[in-house]
Design a protein around this ligand. Structure first.
Ligand code: FDA
Length: 316
């Protein structure tokens, strides 16, 4: 109920203009967002790299309504890639197709993402196309497959809450597309997604095992922390992580054939612990002023965040 309300609010423009102006909301969003500027994102990236953690930088934005916004978004990603290269950062980037104009003009979107992927290739790094709600799943998979025919430094994300995901995983794996596995962060109807968390978790375990099987024969983690292996287990759920580790050990899949991924501001001690145990860990680091929908999804993921947020609104 609480999750649905926050995911509903995340899509409302009036709620966005109201809530994103509240100082307590801005203050709490800062836990999950590196800052407004690329310089701030690069500073966080340096700190995380210094702790032995790799990074994926996300310039916040989604569902743009004007072509100029999409082009500006792509320009900013190219700047971020220049900075990654210039600073020798152990980082790649994550991009949302609705930020690049998917809903406005698919050709414009493709050109924007192509430009980013080309720039990333020149910087020796990688582009992860985030997965959005199911209105965009088919179009995202089609565009990623098209890009992957030309570029090997692009991958995407699959969501364990969707019934369709095992089929998508097998199809992408056959094409060699790198996959980040997540549980799924959007509001989806029961015809498309498991409504019960226990079923999502069980599917996550099953799919992570399929991905790890594939990782065993895929490329290993690269030395510069930019290009990920074919399998990324992206979760903060210690049970999922323990199960993936046990499965890898049992099947002789070495730790350099997969990586764990987590979000900036969530379970940072767990990130450090896994890295100190020799696992590759990548932290998803968003920056920019368009933080509202991202922040609302983070609130929806954890009821404790919501209580903390609501009580902060009433504190002076
Ligand atoms: P779960 O929700 O069961 O949480 C397990 C534990 O982790 C919680 O008990 C809590 O301790 C901690 N936790 C989780 N979320 C928290 C939060 N927001 N604040 C504080 N603690 C929290 N989704 C999507 O649909 N498309 C995408 O492209 C991506 N991309 C992506 C990248 C990366 C690197 C990650 C880690 C996640 C995503 N996601 C995503 C989000 C994903 O779908 C999912 O909503 C969150 O990861 C939360 O699910 P968990 O797997 O962490 O498990």
């Amino acid at each position: 109920m609480m999750r649905s309300s926050f995911l509903f609010l995340s899509r409302l423009r009036w709620a966005q203009s109201l809530i994103s102006r509240l100082p307590p909301a801005r203050a709490m969003a800062a836990r999950f967002v590196a800052g407004d500027s690329l310089d701030q994102a690069m500073a966080v990236c340096r700190t995380l790299n210094g702790r032995g953690l790799n990074v994926s930088i996300d310039f916040l934005g989604e569902s743009v309504t004007r072509a100029e916004e999409a082009v500006r978004g792509a320009d900013e990603y190219c700047r971020a890639l220049e900075q990654i290269q210039a600073n020798g950062a152990r980082a790649n980037v994550s991009v949302k197709l609705t930020h690049m104009g998917l809903d406005l003009d698919p050709d414009l979107c493709l050109r924007n993402v192509q430009r980013i992927v080309e720039r990333a290739r020149a910087a020796g790094t990688f582009v992860r196309v985030d997965m959005e709600d199911t209105d965009h799943t088919d179009r995202t998979l089609a565009m990623v497959s098209e890009l992957h025919r030309e570029f090997d430094n692009v991958g995407t994300v699959l969501q364990a809450y969707l019934y369709r995901t095992e089929k998508d995983l097998m199809a992408l794996a056959a094409k060699g597309v790198p996959i980040r596995l997540v549980k799924g962060a959007y509001q989806e109807p029961p015809e498309k997604a498991y409504p019960r968390k226990a079923d999502v978790d069980a599917n996550y375990v099953r799919l992570a095992q399929r991905l790890l099987d594939r990782a065993a024969t895929g490329p290993a983690v690269d030395g510069n922390g930019r290009v990920p292996p074919s399998c990324a287990v992206a979760t903060h759920d210690e049970r999922m992580i323990a199960t993936a580790r046990a499965y890898a050990t049992e099947h002789g899949i070495s730790a350099d054939h997969f990586e764990f991924q987590m979000i900036y501001g969530v379970r940072s001690q767990l990130q450090d612990r896994l890295a100190s145990e020799g696992y590759a860990v990548r932290v998803y680091v968003p920056y920019g002023t368009h933080w509202y929908p991202y922040f609302m999804r983070r609130l929806a993921e954890r009821p404790a965040n919501v209580w903390f947020f609501v009580s902060s609104l009433f504190k002076r």
